[in-house]
Design a protein around this ligand. Structure first.
Ligand code: MG
Length: 453
């Protein structure tokens, strides 16, 4: 395949106004607009550079002949929802969970799914090797707005859960939006669900004064302490563009993303009597165990939320997700959605009538180890084929080469994946004890060492 020159796993992410200048953004948007030739929705998160970049992409899109609908500041999934239902394409100005100096452009197709490889290569070709379409003065696009979209996104989220049942419980909830785009949706959704809401960092601020936009445990100490101090039922945190939700249980424990995924998977399968679950090859065996118990079928794609979303669409799947807590409800949005995740988790708490810590305690337990090892990019392919060949020739272990090399033993697995951005392999192992997981991850490292020159 031709190497991409700009696009990463979801769009283009760079330092704002250094690499990601108005000129850069405008020409890239015009290249995308040249292909779409229709109405493009735009919006973004709360970063200081977002208004500047929105103006730049607007100019680029109008110049290529596209009409632009400016949706304002709102979560990434709300824009994906809007595109799927009303528009021909979309550009979201956000750097998701990255620090404040970064920004990015996420491009989506007509279904609101991150753009496919062939489209990204065509955008890059127009940007570097050709010229974007520049229409004549009488064909320049127009700018529209859609002020009601954010309310519609909130209402559509609520339609998909039992609002009355949740209201009746009057859950005590602390929500930390990290001053990101969720500030415009999350507190309102919780209010409409009858919760007693305490907000942290729910004022939009591109300097992210309260905490870093990435919802990892060290950044969520205020949330954890507030949940404990108030005796709340749950704490919720979003990343900068509010497509991911992280939970804190009623005891103040940080709940790992794969646990939230497994919990919601169980609920979705129970309610629907089974269905297709899509995830990536790097996801826990717990997802398979639950599928087996509740009549589900698991399909694993290569790593990347776009790939999971696209597979869900193609296979008419019920639900999907990643181990980082990005959950996809494909009847609503073909992408990770933080709001629906919140609504579904609160509904689960109420329907199961148990505290979150107890629900998490019911899930299958596995132990994981993540290691990495350096390897030059030009050797990666050969290292992987040699490892796969050795396993085939010398063992009975099952192999999965969807993404890197995944080796499945009876009591666990290890996946050896080349990084797309760094000269390293990541070795990720899972087993029924921590010792075994460590041992398997180290075995993966030793296999790379054996074939690396
Ligand atoms: Mg995000």
């Amino acid at each position: 395949m031709v190497e991409k020159r700009l696009f990463g796993t979801f769009g283009v992410r760079r330092t704002a106004n250094d690499v990601l200048t108005p000129e850069f953004a405008s020409r890239l948007a015009a290249s995308y607009g040249s292909i779409v030739q229709g109405t493009v929705a735009i919006g973004g998160d709360t970063r200081t550079s977002t208004p500047m970049l929105k103006q730049a992409i607007t100019a680029g899109l109008l110049s290529s002949g596209c009409d632009v609908v400016d949706l304002g500041i709102l979560p990434t999934p709300a824009i994906q929802y809007a595109v799927r239902n009303y528009y021909d394409g979309g550009i979201i100005v956000t750097a998701s969970h990255n620090p404040p100096k970064y920004n990015g452009l996420k491009f989506v197709d007509e279904f609101g799914i991150g753009t496919p490889d062939d489209m990204e290569l065509e955008v890059e070709r127009l940007y570097f090797d050709d010229e974007p379409t520049r229409v004549s003065w009488d064909k320049i696009g127009q700018i529209f707005t859609n002020e009601s979209l954010i309310d519609e996104y909130i209402d559509e989220t609520l339609k998909r859960v039992d609002v009355e049942a949740i209201k009746a419980r009057k859950l005590k909830v602390v929500v930390d939006c990290g001053s990101g785009a969720g500030s415009f949706t999350a507190p309102y959704i919780l209010k409409k669900l009858g919760c007693e809401v305490t907000t942290l960092n729910c004022q939009a601020d591109g300097f992210f004064p309260g905490r870093d936009p990435e919802p990892i445990e060290p950044n969520l100490q205020d949330l954890i302490n507030t949940v404990k101090d108030l005796g709340a039922d749950i704490g919720l945190a979003h990343d900068g563009d509010a497509d991911r939700t992280i939970c804190i249980d009623e005891k103040g424990n940080f709940v790992l993303g794969d646990k939230t995924f497994a919990l919601v998977e169980r609920q979705m399968l129970k309610e629907n009597g089974g269905g297709i679950i899509v995830t990536t090859v790097a996801t826990s065996q717990a997802i398979y165990d639950i599928a087996e118990e509740y009549n589900g079928e698991v399909i694993a794609t290569a790593v990347g939320d776009l790939l999971v979303a696209r597979e869900l669409k193609e296979r008419d799947g019920l639900f999907g997700g990643e181990e980082n807590g990005g959950l996809i409800f494909p009847d609503f949005i073909y992408g990770r959605d933080a709001a629906m995740t919140v609504a579904k988790i609160l509904e689960t708490l109420v329907k199961e009538d148990k505290p979150l810590s107890e629900l998490i305690g019911e899930l299958p337990v596995y132990y994981q180890e993540k290691l990495k090892i350096e390897c030059p990019d030009d050797q990666k392919q050969e290292v992987m084929s040699n490892i796969a060949q050795e396993i085939k020739d010398t063992t009975d272990f099952k192999l999965d080469t969807t993404d890197g090399v995944k080796i499945l033993k009876d009591d666990g697995w290890v996946i050896i994946r080349p990084s797309g951005t760094e000269p390293i392999f990541r070795c990720f192992a899972e087993s029924d004890s921590q010792d075994k997981a460590n041992e398997m991850a180290n075995w993966g490292i030793s296999l790379v060492e054996k074939y690396r020159k």
